[in-house]
Write a protein that binds this ligand. Sequence first.
Ligand code: NDP
Length: 485
Amino acid sequence: MQDVLNTINGRQVPPAADRWIENIEPATGLKLCRVPDSDAVDVQRAYESAVDAFPGWSGLDGAARGRHLHRLADAVEAELEQLARLESMDNGKPIGLSRSVDIPRAVENLRFFADAAATDRTEVFQTGDRARNLVHRDPIGVVGLISPWNLPLYLFTWKVAPALAAGNTVVAKPSELTPVTAARLGELATKSGLPPGVLNIVHGGGANAGEAIVRHEGIPAISFTGGTATGARISSQAGPLFKKLSLELGGKNPNILFDDADLESALATSLRSSFANQGQICLCGSRILVHDSIHDRVVQAIADGARGLRIGDPLDEHTQQGSLVSADHRDKVHACVERARADGGQVLCGGRFATGLPARCEGGFFYEPTVITGLGMEAEANREEIFGPVVTITSFETEEQAVAMANATNYGLSATIWTSSDDRANRIADQIDAGTVWINCWLLRDLRVPFGGVKHSGVGREGGEEAMHFFTEAKTVCTAQGTTT
Ligand code: NDP
């Protein structure tokens, strides 16, 4: 594979200092390509090109910006198969997932905000007969976007699309671990006629390129998705500069099963919500809380299901579990499992590196889907995000206990409740600290609804109008009417 390049001013360029990072294919452990190890000089060049492009781009009417985004969506859609393959090679996720979720959702993000761009957002507030207030929403300027490796193009476009739709120009950094599809997006943007400088993509590590974006005094807004510790660091740097900040961070989401649930669908979805994308989704239900009376049945079904998942080459159509994103991450996940064992947890299945893979994948970073029982809510495995194919199962006796256990972490991203009682579902949903509560479903997303977390899972909301509000500044123009004093 060719080296990944930065996209600056509509051109593919190497990093100014000619420093590079090796990009490893996680399923093989072998070098895939090189990635720019960009620094503040590259970010400055990207920034200057974004500044130059801003008057033209923000001066277009929303419908025209929307047409540009639709053309970019067309270009991504036309390459869906190639992009899905690149995503799987770069991240280790099964090709079936890239093809059915990651790349289609990237197209959907672009189209959703392309349509949103065309909507006039001016609001009118009439103050009796004394005044009329017009609230305009103006683009902010050059905005900084930083995204993680778990859903690379999906989350990258989830930021790029609203930022551009609102009339901003962009300096964006994907994760250095999974830069390939974002780099291709940069090429497609140029090819599809997006004006040069509107979308600049700078690759590199968080400490170099990432911090250079966060600290840049000309970039007044940062939208970040990633780990909670990184979010705290970004917040401490951007806060004193009075930047607008959107932080989408980690999760330790409870998945609560009551004894009146439709167990067949609860179990099928719980298997998916535990292990989809190798458990590397911020919304994974990594803590199953189950009513005492169905505990043994649920434990057996989830453990059997986990053992039955097909681990294999991400490029194989039949693979259900690919590799973790890196050797470091696999080792981190394994260390978490070892600490859970030391805390008294019973590892019912998994808990080790996967073996028996095809020859091409012998050096890859595969980990067996792991089910742990016997831990209290105070255990680290029930409090801290592992972000791998590891789920804990714990029983409760009463609704009150279920709610207390669900809320017993610093995170508050999402929760799932399985019950056939509407009353119970709504009662519990009201009490759970989370930005999203799913009842009898999981990961059912409507792009119009606010998305984000509470507590240490983040600050602010993405999606729909929330994103358009984040990427604009409201300006109120109050005009007096009649006699004034
Ligand atoms: P990280 O926080 O390590 O990295 C996220 C991004 O931030 C990467 O592009 C990274 O660059 C960059 N970065 C790292 N350090 C800095 C810094 N000091 N300044 C600026 N940028 C920096 O997260 P991961 O990539 O490991 O992603 C996994 C995490 O993301 C999990 O905690 C997961 O829960 C969370 N997440 C949250 C979601 C949500 O919507 N709430 C959705 C998806 C994931 P590089 O990788 O190049 O070092």
